[in-house]
Every structure is written in C-alpha cells, then in structure tokens.
Design a protein around this ligand. Sequence first.
Ligand code: DGY
Length: 323
Amino acid sequence: MRPARPAVLVARHIFPEISARLAAHFDVEANDQPVDWPRDELLRRLQGKAGAFISSTEPIDAALLDACPGLRALCTMTVGYNNIDVAACTARGVVVTNAPDVLTETTADFGFALMMATARRITESEHFLRAGRWQRWSYDMFVGADVHGATLGILGMGRIGQAIARRGALGFGMPVIYHNRSRLAPEVEAPLGARWVEKAELLRHADHLVIVVPYSASSHHAIGAAELALMKPSATLTNIARGGVVDDAALAVALAERRIAAAGLDVFEGEPQVHPALLNLPNVVLTPHIASATAATRMKMALLAADNLIAVLGGKPPLTPVN
Ligand code: DGY
C-alpha cells in the first residue's frame, strides 16, 4: 500500500500546471473558482492539511494556526507577506515562504510605467479622447511633467526599489535619492548615482516619488497629510508597495487641492475597495494591484510557492524562507 501523502490546500484559483505539479506529491484540495474563501471556510478547509499554497489575501493569524495544528508549511506566491503573522507561525513551528526575486524586474517595469503614466497624464488624456472631447491640438493640452532628468525619489530601497532606480538612472538620466532603514553599500549606490537622504529631504526634493517599502506596523501611513505637505506641488507619487503605506484619504485631499500634481496607485487601503474620493479625481492613475502581473512572472511566482511546499513537506530546506 502506498504511504499516505501529505494533504495540502491550494487556497487560490491558480494555473492548472501548478495544481498538477502539487498533485504529483500531495493530496490536493484546491480552490477551483476565482473566489476568495471567507475566513471560516478557509479554516474549515485547512483542517488536516500539512501545508497551504496561499497569496497575499489570506489572513493568517495565531487563532487560525491554533485551529489548524497539523499545518507545517505556508507558502505564498507573493513577495509581500504582511497578511501572515510570521512570529505566530515561528512559535508554532510553521515554515513560511514567500516569492522574492522572480517578480523584481516585472514589478519595477510596472512601477516605472505607472510613474510615467502619472507624470504624462496618459490615462486622463485617454479618457478625454474616448469621451469624444478632443476638438483641436493646443499647446497646453494635458501638459505634464518630464520624467527624463527629473529627480527620482524612492522610499524603500530593496530589490524592487533598486530595479526602479536602475531604470531611472541608466535609462532616463534621473538623479536618484532614496530613503531606507539601512543605507546601501557604496558599490551598490555608485552605479546608480543613488544618494541616501532623510525621509523629509526625500519628500522635499523628489520630482517623482515611488513607494516600494513593505507594509508593517511601522510603515502604516508612512505617507500621510504631514508628509504630503512636504512634497513639491509639481511632484507625483506612485505607490506599488501596499495599501496602508499611504493614507489614501489624505492623498485624495492633497490631489484635489493640487498640493501635489498627480498620483499613480496600484495598491489601496482595504482593496479591492478604493477610497471613493480617489475615484472622482482626474489626476490619479488607478490600477488593480497588477504590478507583477505578466503571464511569465505569475507562473514563476506560483512555481516557486509550489516548489517551496514540495521542499518543506518533503523534509528539505525551504527555497525562499521567511522564518
Ligand atoms: C506581491 O507579490 O507582494 C504582490 O504585491 C502581489 O500581491
């Protein structure tokens, strides 16, 4: 008789190839619908499971872990893991893995594109055209801000922040300033001409501010009314980090009052809900958390999570451990 295989839960609707890969190793129960399971259903389905394939939308806390004592591995296909109480997992011997590196360049491409769309008013002008409002060319129609040569400010200089800095410095001749808990090594800063500055200086001098800092209690509302007040009225702000890093209500006020020029947002507090004031503003580009969404990259992210699950439940070290 074949020995019993570990049971795993795939909490997200995911590529069939990934489910098939997991099914070669485990007894798989998978979410085969594009729906988010409510917490009680997630908890019920996790019963008897040794591991779970998750994403950034399944909240994992101590109470859930206590209700699922068989869990040994939680593998998210995202790089961000602020939905997981990692300390509670560690205390209960549950291995947590995430999906770094595989999405860095794709996410940086999108961050840069969103910043450019924001600076050059691409979606606002497209809406104008689609609405049939384009009558004539005019010297001041949708004038925006230059990206090339402008000062790129980056809040959070991890892998994705550095990839955005590369695009700005090497592709668009942008002077780069950044704020991060720790300063990069001089040999990392030098090719980018990147300069560490205090947060207030970053806010005061950036022409285009891109936010890439991970969400945590300490980065909650890192950009609120006081911080926005330090920015130039001509500046743009792009958030590809997490909703909650920016105070969306304060941002909507700053945009409405033109205290900053424009914003590009891929992430929102309480997403998929979006602050209603943002929806009514012309000077904000809004996208539904798609910075890592290319077919190739999403496949790599999912594959990494699956391979982490296979490694950990197979008694091997995780490929990309969080704890
Ligand atoms: C990530 O990987 O953290 C992306 O934001 C998708 O949630």
